[in-house]
Design a protein around this ligand. Structure first.
Ligand code: PLP
Ligand code: LYS
Length: 389
């Protein structure tokens, strides 16, 4: 819920823009850090969720590490000041150039996703006379019970080494003098709201850890990835239940005294901290449908078009006046882009809306700004921070 003073502020700013609530972000980060502390769990923030530098600064300051999926993200993490000994690099398709850059930056660990990648990494590290620390990303075949487009830990997914390739992987590790094997890594999917899924993951991690240890390897790191979801239906001041989440790993993961448990959270840390603020350009009344045409589209927030993802939409101008205007209408809320999927919600009940009304599309902090595109040669996306206006 936005305060009246926020809505008045928005009236004077050119739309569309991302509005970042830096206080909520701070509270979310602090809650996560406090929940992880009793178990000495290590948090790496997954930059792919949002690599906005202002947010990254806050995240770095709380002491989290960085989980990156490209050398661009590795570079961004270094520029912002993340300790290079807390930077990990995962990704199913790291190019030689990216690997070389990450080797030069002496990152903490490469999360390697195939046997062939081990070979390439060893060769590139040897040319630089370096030793790269590696964790093997294993595909555990655990169903994350999330949208099928954002599940990553099933046999049919491209990510990680499949269990049947592990013997070959173990042989390769033994024969690579420029690699230091330090752990195993998992990430089963994103926007996971059924926490029981993580119990299944813990069982599989325990099995794989034992498999490696039985072969004489020492595992220093158990990296269980991220994926904790947020409640898109109730965005107000919402902080995910980090305590229950970490407790599951504390209870179900078998952690040896010499081992560290690493997490890679993205959405849960930043998702609720932003709204996309946009204005109604036109109201179209049809025979079968009414439309609100906004000045933001799938180019600013792609998730609804890409995954039919739900984001709560609020007409801030009319909600403010609701006592005097109790008439509700169902609208398809669409953007200006030349695509039929450019739609933020169908048959969404809203107060009767008018040209110029300011709308908020909530829970847009993760996979929002970073997935914006220039399609239709749109203007670059703008942002506003709560502590600056
Ligand atoms: C390897 C890896 N780690 C961490 C994340 C972060 O995921 P989430 O934003 O769902 O926490 C992702 C994205 O799904 C990922 O692919
Ligand atoms: N972009 C996705 C999440 C992908 C997570 C990265 N593997 C989303 O918006 O929900």
């Amino acid at each position: 819920m936005f305060a009246d003073k926020d809505i008045s502020k928005f009236n004077n700013i050119e739309t569309p823009f991302y509005y970042y609530d830096t206080d909520l972000l701070q509270k979310t980060l602090q809650t996560c850090a406090t929940a992880a502390a009793p178990f000495q769990f290590h948090i790496h923030y997954a930059l792919k969720a949002n690599f906005n530098q202002v947010l990254l600064q806050q995240i770095k300051d709380i002491g989290f590490g960085a989980d990156c999926v490209s050398s661009g993200e590795v570079r961004r993490a270094v520029e912002v000041g993340f300790d290079h000994k807390k930077i990990v690099f995962a990704g199913v398709g790291k190019s030689d150039k990216e690997i070389n850059e990450a080797l030069d930056l002496d990152i903490f660990c490469f999360n390697v996703e195939s046997v062939q990648e081990l070979e390439v990494l060893n060769e590139l590290a040897s040319k630089k006379q370096k030793t790269a620390q590696v964790a093997i990303r294993i595909n555990p075949n655990v169903d994350a019970h999330t949208h099928h487009n954002i599940t990553t830990g099933l046999d049919e997914n491209k990510f990680g080494v499949n269990s049947w390739d592990l013997p070959e992987c173990a042989e390769m590790l033994k024969s690579c003098p420029n690699l230091k094997f330090i752990g195993i890594h998992f990430h089963i999917g994103s926007q996971i709201t059924n926490l029981d899924v993580y119990k299944n993951l813990c069982v599989r991690v325990n099995e794989f850890a034992k498999w490696f240890e039985d072969k004489g390897f020492t595992l220093q790191i158990l990296n269980v990835g991220g994926g904790l979801g947020i409640d898109y239906h109730n965005p107000d001041h919402q902080i995910p239940d980090f305590e229950s989440y970490f407790k599951i790993f504390h209870e179900f993961l078998e952690v040896k005294a010499h081992q560290e448990v690493h997490f890679e959270l993205g959405r849960a840390l930043v998702g609720q901290s932003a709204s996309l603020i946009t204005r109604a350009l036109y109201i179209k009344k049809g025979k079968k449908k009414n439309f609100v045409v906004l000045d933001a589209g799938m180019t600013e927030l792609m998730r609804p078009a890409l995954y039919q993802a739900y984001h709560k939409i609020e007409n801030l101008t009319q909600t403010k006046k609701l006592e005097t205007n109790a008439s509700f209408v169902k609208y398809d809320i669409v953007g200006p882009i030349c695509e039929s999927t450019d739609c933020f919600g169908k048959e969404v009940e809203q107060p009767e809306s008018f040209r110029g009304d300011v709308f908020a599309i909530r829970s847009a902090g993760a996979y929002g700004e970073v997935m914006a595109s220039k399609y239709n040669l749109r203007d670059a996306i703008r942002f506003v921070y709560s502590n600056e206006v």
